[in-house]
Each structure stands twice: as C-alpha cells, then as structure tokens.
Ligand binder design. Structure first.
Ligand code: SF4
Length: 409
C-alpha cells in the first residue's frame, strides 16, 4: 500500500517513484498486489490508472473504511469523482504507527482558507470538523491504550468547529481534552495565526496538560505578500498575537513555517521577513521556497521569483535561524524540564528524549547519555548543553556521564 502526498510537484514525483519501486517488487514476485492510496489518486483520478496499469487498486481519500475489502479484492477502489467528504471517527479501528505512548489526533479534514498558493482545499475539500464527542471518545480510547501525549492536527487547527456552528471551537475542546485521564501532554500543531484569538491563547495557558508549545505557520511578515497570499492577517497583527502568547505563556516554544520567493516578493519584503524573525525569535523554524503549483491562483501571478533567488533567501533565513536557535537552546542550560523518553539510539549510544518544547519528528531532541531509561516515561532532566537543533541533558539527581568520566567543564 503506497500512501501518497500530492500537494506540490516534488511530492507527486516522490509518490510516483515509490509506486515504481513497489511495482518492481511485484514484477520480481516479492509482493502480490500493489495499491495506491491518498492524495495522488484523489488528484489524478483520471490519468493515474493509465500511467500505472499494473497497480491493482487506487484508493481515494474516502476509501479508508473500505481498505480491508479492497485489499482482499472483494471491492474495487475506484476513486469517486468530486471532493472527498470522508471524515475519521472514533468507531473506525485504528492502528497507531507511532510509538505506543504518543499519537496524532485529527480534529478535522479539509480547509476553507484557500490560501492562493495552496492546492489542499482542491484535493481534500472544504473544512469538515469532527463532532467534539467523537474526538473526546477517541482521546479516551487512546489514553486507555497507553498513549500519554496527543498531538492535535488538522489543516488549520484553529478553524476547528467553524463549520459546525454552535460555538464549537478548539478553545472549547481543550478543557475536556485536558480532563481525559491518563493523558499527560496535549500539543497543538498547524495553528493559523488568524485563528489565534484571545480566548484560545487563554485556553492554551489555562489547560495544564497543554504543553507550552505552539506551531504557528505564519508564512510571511510583509503585508503586501500576506495579502497576495490570501492569509487574511497583517504582519503587525501576527507580531501582536505571538508577543501576547509569549507574555501569557513565558515558557512557550514557538514553531513556524515561512515561505520565501512568493510572486512579487521584493528584497524589501524579504528584509522585512528577516527583521520579523529576529524580533520574534522562534524556537523552531522551517523555510521553503515557493512552488508555483499548477491549479493554484498564485501560479498565474506575475513577478515569479527566480529559483536561484529563492534558494539564496531560504539559505539566509535558515542561517539566521540557526543563530537564534542556538542562542535560545543555550539559554536553557541549567534549567530543568520534565522530558518524554522516546527511545535508545544504539548507534550514537544516547537516549532520545523530548522536552515539552520539542514536538515529535519535526523539532530537535534532547540527548541523554544513559541507556537505562524507559520509553514512555517522564523523568526530570537538567539541560547541560544547547546545540543548534538539539539539547543535551542529564537526569536530575544522577551523575552525568562527563562527571563519571572525571571530565571538567
Ligand atoms: Fe492550504 Fe494551510 Fe492555507 Fe488551508 S490554511 S489553504 S491547508 S496553506
């Protein structure tokens, strides 16, 4: 089963390569059937079967509940025309592919923001939020299974509930999620800055299990570019909201995603973005060069920026962020955190852990030079070193490896 992403051309090419690889296994008799699921068949419903005639079934975004029948060959996986309407729900059995102590929890599918560079609403459809009860039941079930950390996701988590009316929102969901027994950490990703309201900031601060961490993909800081992107917020307002978050939750770690080289982006716009990054000092930052994806409004805009300029701007942004990350990580030396033990890395001979300010898979890690810590446990750690992306720590009360080796610092 090749699960695919298709929101920009590089993702399409990666998915096509994975399909070719799986078909080679089939040709060599190593696998019997090859099925392709996700956004690629959804986006290229008409052309994909012709492009890959040896694929046994294509599954669209609403076929998840029929996977077993399709795999058994009892049903075909023809992708339905039109936008998907499928929404996960607590009754669907779920196999967690992450370690047993953490899981992602999806609040909604689709997106109605229609940023001008983004094809996702055209692939995954308009915003469809799950009922709060369904989300809470799934959270309780995950907690009973041993999940300690849940990461709330959606295309835009702050938009959760807008389609349901009745005042349903992420703000209102956090309190009951915070009461789910067994859960220890709740983390929010993909919070569009436009949806970062005062009541949401208060709820993030108030609900104890919500970790001091927020991923706010701001994309840009220049008003001209934000407007052209269709982000519905100004640079000044983004700054105000982020500074409010920092004031209200002083320990908060902020993550963002930025896009450079959007059509019409001038040197002045880019310098404004650099100033913004210097001012806010994000803890974690991802930067991407704009990609003119066919089918988006932005791909037809004048003033497309040359690839070389995009690459240079991205490199400059990342090098500025490296300095900021290192200095923020160094400022943590001597502080104590409760960390979640992830795993022991046999090659590096370190235990990999995460502080509340490090999200799984996307941010840095905390390295601990011990081999006797249990994955899924939450010991306290004192930070002894701050690197560009990672932290180094030692369990409080225990002697550090360097001390044991008699190394003076
Ligand atoms: Fe795409 Fe995110 Fe904008 Fe929605 S909020 S349209 S998913 S970029």
């Amino acid at each position: 089963m090749v699960n695919t992403c298709a929101f920009i051309q590089p993702a399409v090419e990666e998915a096509e390569n994975a399909i070719r690889e799986a078909l080679a296994w089939k040709a060599a008799g190593q696998v019997r059937r090859v099925m392709v699921a996700g956004c690629l068949p959804q986006r290229f419903r008409d052309s994909l079967p012709g492009q890959f005639p040896d694929v046994d079934a294509f599954l669209g975004l609403k076929d998840f509940s029929r996977i077993a029948e399709i795999v058994r060959g009892e049903e075909t996986g023809a992708v339905d025309p039109g936008l998907p309407t499928w929404l996960p729900d607590h009754r669907l059995p779920r196999v967690i592919s992450t370690p047993p102590f953490r899981a992602y929890l999806k609040l909604a599918e689709g997106c109605s923001n229609h940023c001008r560079y983004c094809l996702i609403p055209k692939i995954r459809g308009e915003l469809r939020s799950r009922a709060p009860d369904s989300i809470l039941r799934e959270a309780r079930r995950l907690a009973r299974q041993g999940v300690k950390e849940i990461t709330l996701i959606a295309q835009d988590t702050t938009a959760y509930g807008q389609d349901l009316g009745k005042g349903i929102s992420l703000t209102g969901l956090l309190e009951p999620l915070g009461r789910v027994q067994g859960l220890k950490w709740i983390r929010v990703l993909y919070a569009h800055p436009r949806g970062l309201t005062e009541p949401l900031i208060e709820a993030l601060a108030r609900v104890e299990k919500v970790v001091p961490y927020l991923d706010v993909p701001v994309q840009h800081a220049s008003d001209r570019i934000l407007k052209a992107m269709g982000r519905g917020i100004t640079g000044k307002e983004i700054r105000r909201r982020l500074l409010k978050l920092r004031r209200r939750i002083p320990a908060i770690a902020l993550r963002t995603t930025l896009m450079v080289g959007f059509p019409g982006e001038t040197e002045k716009d880019f310098l404004e973005l650099l100033d913004f990054v210097r001012e806010v000092e994000f803890d974690h930052l991802g930067a991407f060069g704009y990609f003119p994806e066919a089918g988006t409004e932005a791909a037809r805009l004048p003033g497309q920026v040359p690839e070389k300029v995009k690459e240079e701007r991205k490199a400059e942004l990342l090098s500025l962020q490296a300095e900021i990350s290192r200095s923020r990580n160094e400022s943590r030396i001597g502080r104590e955190y409760e960390v979640l033990i992830e795993t022991f890395d046999h090659d590096q001979k370190i235990t990999i852990a995460r502080t509340p300010g490090q999200a799984p898979e996307i941010d840095g890690i905390t390295k601990i030079y011990r081999d006797d810590l249990t994955p899924g446990s939450f010991p306290r750690v004192k930070i002894t070193d701050g690197l560009i992306y990672d932290l180094v720590g030692e369990i409080t009360g225990a002697k550090s490896l360097l001390t044991l080796l008699g190394v003076k610092r």
